[in-house]
Structure formats: C-alpha cells, structure tokens
Design a protein around this ligand. Structure first.
Ligand code: E4P
Length: 215
C-alpha cells in the first residue's frame, strides 16, 4: 500500500520523506489554510520535496473554470495531481483534463457509484472519505471495499486513495483490503509507528546491554 501524507505542512512532509514512507501528498483548502506561505510557493516546495503525486484542489465550481484553474495548478510542479470534488461540473472537467493528460484525484467520494462515474470520466484516483462516513455511523471502510470490487470488475485504471483517515486501525483495514493508497494525517502516522511493548522491550535491552562485560 502506498502511503500519502495528508498535510500541507512542510516540516511534517520533510519528516515523512526522511522516514522513507512518503509516496505522495494530498492537500485540500483546509490544510493549505493552516500554513503561512503563499499558496503557489507552498505547493512548489511540496512538489520539490516529494518523490510522488501531490494532490492540489481546484476550488472553482463550473467546468470551464475548473479546467482553467487545473491547467494553471498543473504548472506548479510536474507531480501535481488536480483534486476535483465529485460534482456534475467536476465530472465534465475531469473528462477534458484526462484527455489533456492532466491527472485528476476525484475528492469527496461518498458512494461507490460516484467512484465508478469518476473513473469512467478518466480520473486517475478516487478518494473515498472513510472517517467522515464513520462520523455519521456509516461504515467508511465498506465503501472502500465496494469501490475496489467495482473498479476491479471492469478493469478500470483508477487507484483508490483511502482518505479521511482518523487512526491507525483505518490503516490496518485499508491494507487488509489491499487498497492502492492510504492518505494519512501526520499524527496518525506517528501513532502507527509506536507500540508500548516496543518501548518497554528497548528499555530492557538497553538496561541489560549496560551490564555486558567488554574487553
Ligand atoms: C483527502 O484527500 C482529504 O484531504 C482528507 O483525507 C480529508 O480528511 P478529513 O475528513 O480529516 O478532513
């Protein structure tokens, strides 16, 4: 499973890249609004740091404007992927952009049919938001399972990004399903790395090592 980092924070991205576990980055308007750098500069720097796709969201709502905005965003870096929300206007834009060779990540996916339509229109990625479904007592991971089955049934060349991840168990579930990608908030990645028995075990090994005699 590829791991994308769901953040626009440069320090977090640098750390994840250093750890060797960052296959890409997803941003959205909320994440970008938390950072201090001018938007274009921020995205260019993220693209420079990350050895994989960087999703950047278009905020226009009409197809023609989404297409114009996407063309501009795509110039910010070779690895920019345009995030487009799943709407009727968005679908129209996806089709045009896909024909131009601009990669699209369809965002705010909450049903399997939305994912099928986005993939048919030419989206390179679809992002089902599992945490936001869990929040309203719908099982988010069941949606991922359905989307994967449907895309597989028809051999559609579209990768599933499990998004809106809230905790390490979401990561385990996504990996067990065989999801292509999970996009993970940095604090969840930090938690996922830790286990109290690892800490206790290391402490004991180091204590015992200090008793070992050397020549
Ligand atoms: C996905 O690409 C989104 O940026 C993200 O996963 C949304 O997560 P949230 O529901 O925690 O805002």
């Amino acid at each position: 499973m590829k791991i994308f980092i769901d953040t626009a924070n440069l320090d977090q991205i640098k750390k994840a890249v250093e750890w060797g576990v960052c296959d890409g980055v997803t941003t959205n308007p909320t994440l970008v609004s938390k950072e201090n750098l001018p938007f274009e500069e921020l995205i260019q720097e993220i693209c420079r740091l990350v050895p994989g796709p960087v999703s950047v969201e278009a905020v226009s709502t009409q197809a023609g404007e989404i297409i114009q905005e996407a063309r501009g965003l795509a110039k910010l870096g070779e690895n920019v992927v345009i995030k487009i929300p799943m709407t009727e206007e968005g679908i129209k834009a996806i089709r045009v952009l896909a024909m131009e060779g601009i990669q699209v990540n369809t965002t705010l996916i909450f049903s399997p049919i939305q994912a099928l339509l986005a993939a048919k229109a030419g989206a390179r990625f679809v992002s089902p938001f599992v945490g936001r479904l869990d929040d309203i007592t719908h099982e988010g991971m069941a949606l991922v399972e359905q989307i994967m089955a449907i895309l597989n049934n028809y051999g559609l060349d579209c990768e599933v990004i499990v998004a809106s991840i809230r905790h390490p168990l979401h990561l385990v579930e996504a990996a067990l399903l065989g999801a292509d990608i999970a996009t993970v908030p940095f604090p969840v990645l930090e938690k996922a790395m830790k286990h109290p028995l690892t800490d206790i075990g290391l402490e004991r090994f180091l204590r015992d090592w200090s008793k070992v005699k050397h020549k």
